[in-house]
Write a protein that binds this ligand. Structure first.
Ligand code: ADP
Ligand code: MG
Ligand code: MG
Length: 359
């Protein structure tokens, strides 16, 4: 099978995607798949990478986006590069965040008629929008972290210049409902970019400004003090969950540095150190959350759990979670007996299955 791996992208998570995609490339079974690489620049240009680049990455070189033949979409036909249609069986978007995990690129794939790995338009965009996902889960009776949302009303507010009077009113409203501290985050982002923990009114204005620099909608949440539990889910209409793991951040929260920069930023513990019955409750909720969003292929569903208080909240779903062989998603699958290359085989098979079901 010829598989086109898309990576990089116009997203705050460009670098993370390059790491994930290099891992995918190196673990695709060469007897089954012929990989092609399409790098997307930070500006959003799509370039087919020369085969020598593919070989270099297979030998251990870092994956970056180099200029090459421009790749474009041909509706109802597929993808073309340098004027010629690419011969492809499957697209594997190893893209995180905006324009990759949010349904936009999935819409393009639908137009081409080429099968692809992972969630479709709805699953991706719901998974990306932390507010809409929570509303769907609330409707399903799944417990979510209490939240409010903020959408700027004019250009000035959109730039993050919210009038003092408005901010004062919002602070009162939000802290009355959610207490202090608050988490302020872009509604549609990932890798913790743009997230601030707000301990006082003075910290609210800069936090809003930061969140608004990443998205035109902001989510405000109650700060939960609990274990962070993550759960891998794989499948289409009848997905299965793996035994959850636990993330123990060594920073004030699991921020970008703790995730990717500080080698001692967090401990990943599999299985999570919680009672078995709670592990199973979380796996059940993860599957329900996944199905409620109509996710496909894979996702990592993240929770907060406080054993003594008996508190369990669903935090978010990631439809293209960090996907290197040492990422939490892959390690939880592996702990459940599905090693990394087998995950890739299964995801490609699921992409084909979903394509056949819908066409
Ligand atoms: P992302 O999609 O960027 O990972 P998250 O909502 O998962 O966004 O937030 C990133 C991290 O910030 C979490 O893993 C957690 O450490 C912290 N965090 C986010 N929201 C809350 C909250 N309501 N209470 C406590 N910690 C939070
Ligand atoms: Mg996320
Ligand atoms: Mg997260």
């Amino acid at each position: 099978m010829k598989v086109l791996i898309l990576y990089g992208g116009r997203s705050g998570e460009h670098e993370v995607s390059c790491l994930s995609a290099a891992s995918v490339l190196r673990h695709l079974n060469p007897r089954r798949y012929t990989p092609l690489l399409c790098g997307i620049t930070r500006e959003g240009h799509w370039f087919l990478q020369e085969d020598s680049r593919v070989q270099a990455v297979l030998q251990g070189a870092d994956l970056q986006v180099h200029p090459g033949a421009e790749v474009s979409i041909v509706p109802a036909k597929g993808f073309q590069a340098g004027g010629a249609l690419l011969d492809l069986d499957m697209v594997f978007p190893v893209l995180h965040g905006t324009f990759g995990e949010d349904g936009t690129v999935q819409g393009l794939f639908e137009m081409t008629g080429v099968p692809y790995v992972g969630s479709g338009v709805l699953g991706s965009s719901l998974g990306m929008d932390k507010e809409k996902a929570k509303q769907v889960w609330q409707y399903e009776g799944i417990p979510v972290v209490p939240f409010r949302s903020f959408v700027p009303e004019d250009h000035q507010e959109a730039r993050g210049d919210i009038p003092g009077k408005t901010l004062r009113r919002l602070w009162q409203e939000w802290t009355a409902a959610l207490q202090v501290p608050l988490f302020v985050k872009p509604a549609r982002a990932g890798s913790s970019v743009g997230i601030t923990k707000v301990h006082s009114f003075q910290e609210l204005a800069p936090a809003m400004k930061t969140a608004l620099s990443f998205d035109s909608k902001v989510l405000i949440e109650k700060a939960v003090t609990a274990k962070e539990i993550e759960c891998s889910v794989v499948g289409n209409l009848a997905p299965r969950a793996f035994i959850p793991g636990e993330v123990e951040p060594h920073h004030e929260f699991y921020d970008y540095e703790a995730k990717y920069i500080d080698p001692d930023g967090a401990a990943l513990i599999i299985p999570a150190r919680i009672p078995e019955k709670d592990q199973h409750r979380i796996m059940e909720l993860a599957v329900r959350a996944y199905r409620a969003c109509e996710a496909r292929g894979l996702a990592r569903v993240d929770f907060f759990f406080h054993e003594d208080r008996g508190e369990l909240y669903l935090n978010e779903i990631n439809t293209m979670p960090g996907f290197t062989h040492i990422s939490m998603f892959s390690k939880m699958c592996e702990a459940g007996g599905l090693e990394y290359s087998a995950v890739l085989d299964e995801l490609i098979a699921l992409g084909l299955q979903e394509f056949t079901r819908r066409n």
